[in-house]
Design a protein around this ligand. Structure first.
Ligand code: CMP
Length: 483
């Protein structure tokens, strides 16, 4: 509580206390006169009735004074406990203290002013009193006991964010009193939820000292690469303020939608109470990261294909890049520009996600691949575990062994990152061999060398000792070339 409010409260308390004392003093001073006045005005048993009324007024006045004293005791006792032990007692405990202390005080005072009245009998025999009390206290007692069970279970505490009930009131818990839970919503409104209602409703609790997660949705065009999108968004989000550095955000594809690839990013917050601001910041960071990385958000689109460009025209669009890539592959170096162009024309582009299998060991294969973008690793099984025998980069080729020998694939080839490969089939290679018989020779050397490498590392019985000369003649046989 702020200092001026505390001072105001102290002044108010002092004024009330002095007023109560003054009232008691005055009433006691004028007791005889009041009694006479009452007796004159009353009919039967004037003395007894006047005395009862005077005692009731006295009980009331002393009760007010007692209530003020109990409040003062409450504040000083719990204030002291907080100052000495840093224990901040819940409001409900303070309220129970006040109720118990005041009831004791009231009972003592009552017995003092009405020594002949049996309090127990008064409460139990008065039917009307019982009904009134029962009806009036029905809700109050329900709230009171629900409040006690909330304090005992401690499903949430002051400072936690909770969502309660069918109307899904969400806010930060400010107080749990004997009657209600007070939460402050994110619109800075205060919502009071009666304890008895809260006890009946499901409550979603996001504890203050807990890593609570949030999910934010976004989308991209189908042309944007998922691997790139996931990387870009993860890096952008993890840097945002209030995003916990203890857990790396998770970015994943939620749906392949009608107009877009739908993603979600799950991130963990340091302070959950600020999730609205953090969600907004995360969306903002995604927007900027998209701009920098050349990614695009999707919006409802409808593509009308008025005329389908021919396969040839499509290839010609970036055919130059493919020719350039293939002419940089060392085994294709002896080919003429036309021959490389023919290979590029026959090549089919494929894209693979990080970790995806491009070639599976043991599968039949009738094509080879050139790494256009990205990297792959060649893996064999050693004692049942994958072992990398080579890492191939842009411009390297693989898959030639099965293509040229007709044998099954000798190894797994796995994309390390998002990787684009160019696949060249049997027919295209045969055409190249027909005009460049020397190529078969250089390839047979490479295959023999790779076989050696495999034989030393793999579990499988790879025929390692076939010489390059033997390979050369079997390749020629396989491709129907003259020996
Ligand atoms: P293929 O057997 O068709 O399929 C797996 C491919 O992995 C194989 O052709 C080679 O292209 C490649 N490969 C196998 N061993 C090696 C190695 N030691 N170095 C590089 N590439 C290899």
């Amino acid at each position: 509580m702020s200092r001026p409010r505390l001072t105001n409260k102290a002044i108010l308390f002092l004024a009330a206390f002095i007023a109560a004392l003054l009232a008691i003093y005055l009433f006691w001073s004028f007791e005889t006169s009041v009694k006479e006045l009452l007796e004159n005005r009353m009919g039967d048993h004037p003395a007894t009735s006047a005395k009862t009324i005077i005692n009731i007024v006295k009980l009331l006045l002393v009760g007010i004074l007692g209530y003020l004293l109990v409040r003062a005791l409450n504040v000083s006792f719990f204030g002291l406990a907080f100052r000495l032990k840093r224990i901040d007692a819940p409001t409900l405990i303070r309220n129970i203290f006040t109720i118990v202390a005041f009831t004791i005080f009231f009972l003592i005072t009552f017995t003092f002013f009405f020594p002949d009245t049996n309090l127990g009998a008064l409460f139990t025999t008065s039917a009307i009193f019982g009904v009134i009390l029962g009806l009036a206290l029905q809700d109050t007692l329900g709230n009171f006991f629900a409040g006690i069970s909330l304090q005992a279970d401690r499903p949430f505490q002051v400072g936690d964010v909770i969502t309660v009930g069918a109307q899904r009131h969400t806010g930060v818990v400010e107080e749990i009193s004997w009657r209600a839970i007070k939460i402050r919503t994110f619109s800075n409104h205060v919502v009071m939820i009666a304890n008895s209602n809260a006890a009946r409703e499901p409550i979603e609790v996001c504890p203050r000292d807990n890593l609570n997660a949030r999910i934010v949705f976004f989308n991209t065009l189908y042309s944007d690469s998922p691997a790139k999108t996931i990387h870009v968004v993860r890096e952008a989000v993890r840097e945002a303020e209030n995003v916990s550095s203890k857990v790396t955000p998770i970015v994943r594809i939620r749906d392949l939608g009608e107009n877009a690839v739908d993603y979600e990013v799950k991130y963990w917050l340091e302070d959950y109470a600020k999730y609205n601001d953090t969600d907004a910041l995360v969306r903002q960071r995604i927007w900027y990261a998209f701009r920098r990385a050349g990614l695009s958000f999707a919006f409802p689109t409808r593509t009308l294909h008025v005329e389908r460009p021919s396969r040839m025209a499509q290839r010609d669009g970036d055919g130059g890049a493919l020719v350039e890539r293939l002419s940089a592959v060392d085994i294709f170096a002896p080919l003429s520009v036309e021959e490389t162009g023919m290979l590029a024309h026959a090549a089919v582009r494929h894209i693979f996600a990080p970790g995806e299998l491009v070639i599976r060991a043991g599968d039949p294969g009738s094509s080879m691949f050139v790494v256009h973008n990205g990297r792959v690793r060649v893996q064999v099984s050693e004692n049942g575990r994958p072992r990398t025998v080579a890492t191939l980069n842009e411009g390297d080729f693989f898959g030639e062994m099965a293509l040229f020998t007709g044998e099954p694939r000798t190894a797994n080839v796995v994309a390390i990152e998002e990787t684009e490969v160019l696949e060249i089939g049997h027919a295209a290679m045969k055409r190249v061999f027909d005009t460049n018989p020397d190529l078969v020779e250089s390839l047979s050397f490479i295959i023999a060398e790779r076989r050696q490498g495999l034989a030393s590392q793999s579990d499988s019985a790879t025929p390692a000792h076939e010489s390059s000369a033997g390979l050369l003649s079997s390749i020629k046989r396989f491709f129907g070339l003259s020996q």
